[in-house]
Design a protein around this ligand. Structure first.
Ligand SMILES: [Cu+2]
Length: 117
């Protein structure tokens, strides 16, 4: 009984939350991602065919998280500690795109959805 309760608690806590990007100036969709022991949020929803700006706010000093990669957009950037680093790209197709730390240990996902027209 205790073990089941613990597993349920872990499941609820570890369930990834997705966050929708917010429209900023010039039609750019913006999301701030806190980099601290991983990525928060780690699941981001954007609209395809519109520019996206991810603002990585790195607070974790471990070298593991000093770089972020988004292979589908050929992005590999260094994240200076205690700074916000902007990463911009435009998803040309609907789909899921991953981002990871430089060592591929922490993961996040960008979901590009079709425009609601
Ligand atoms: Cu890493």
């Amino acid at each position: 009984m205790g073990l089941i309760g613990l597993e349920l608690w872990w499941f609820l806590l570890s369930k990834p939350k997705s966050q929708k990007a917010v429209a900023a100036s010039q039609g750019i969709q913006e999301v701030t991602i806190t980099v601290d022991g991983g990525y928060e949020p780690s699941r981001i929803v954007v609209e395809a065919l519109k520019p996206v700006r991810l603002l990585f706010d790195r607070r974790d000093p471990s070298s593991c998280l000093e770089q972020v990669l988004i292979p589908d957009f050929h992005i590999a950037v260094d994240l200076p500690l205690n700074q916000v680093t902007a990463v911009e790209f435009t998803p040309k197709q609907v789909g899921n795109y991953v981002f990871t730390c430089g060592m591929n240990m922490f993961h996040g996902e960008i979901r590009a959805e079709a425009l609601n027209t």
